[in-house]
Ligand binder design. Structure first.
Ligand code: COA
Length: 211
């Protein structure tokens, strides 16, 4: 398995892989492959952190980053980064590929001098990589709340002191679901199914951590 930058020739394969990995996982169907598609054209996209994992000549994993910011109470803003979508093909999960994609790109982000990575995700997938809930670093969402899935990886030790921060994600995530649905029609038909993982996700996105 090798980890290398994504090229234009990989775009469709990455979108197909992303669709396979996310389909029916969090909602019936998925729109993460559409997110990959629009992110690459968005000003917040970070091509220097756009990586794939390849095994036996096939793309089996992908990670993409976008620019985001931390906003302090006094209005000061600090550029940070977020990743997502990140995925590994279902046939290749639980072999360390996701860990390698996150670990290798995280080292690049650190070398670029960013003080933190802030993401929204399932804590189960990320706490093992050192992420903690935003509440531990006084980082909230823009509404001042601490969603369970708002996760922070401090890269510059001690960066998060006694200040309160709000995390502002790229507006690339604010797409119209109807556009994602229309984009999905360009892929082979796939059955939408109910899964208990969707119920868990519904609970996750409605859960908040107390300061
Ligand atoms: C989340 C995701 C990217 C993780 O990728 P992955 O390649 O399976 O990740 P890893 O293999 O590094 O780690 C997954 C698990 O396998 C275990 N593992 C890693 N290598 C292993 C090996 N050789 N043998 C057995 N287990 C192994 C890890 O310890 C980890 O266990 P845990 O879940 O109990 O903590 C992948 O599951 C995925 O694409 N999911 C669907 C899309 C998604 O949810 N993306 C994230 C959005 S929040």
């Amino acid at each position: 398995m090798t980890i290398r930058p994504e090229t234009k020739a990989d775009y469709r394969a990455v979108e197909e892989l992303t669709r396979e990995a996310f389909y029916n996982l969090y909602v019936p169907g998925c729109d993460e492959h559409y997110l990959c598609h629009i992110l690459r054209e968005h000003p917040d996209f970070m091509p220097e952190l756009d990586y794939v994992a390849e095994a036996d000549g096939r793309i089996v994993g992908s990670i993409m980053y976008s620019r985001s910011v931390l906003v302090a109470d006094d209005g000061e803003t600090v550029p940070i980064v977020s990743f997502g979508p990140v995925c590994v093909h279902p046939d290749h999960q639980r072999k360390g590929i996701g860990t390698a994609l996150i670990g290798e790109t995280r080292a690049m982000v650190e070398a670029m001098g960013f003080p933190a990575i802030v993401i929204y995700g399932d804590p189960h997938n990320y706490c093992k990589h050192g992420f903690r809930n935003g509440v531990d670093y006084r980082v909230s969402d823009m509404a001042g709340e601490h969603p369970l899935g708002l996760l922070v990886l401090e890269l510059r030790p001690g960066f998060f002191g006694n200040e309160d921060w709000k995390a502002k994600q790229s507006d690339v995530f604010m797409f119209d679901p109807a556009d994602a649905l229309a984009f999905d029609e360009g892929f082979p038909p796939k059955e939408k199914k109910a899964r208990y993982s969707q119920v868990l996700f519904g609970m996750l996105i409605r859960s908040f951590v107390r300061p």
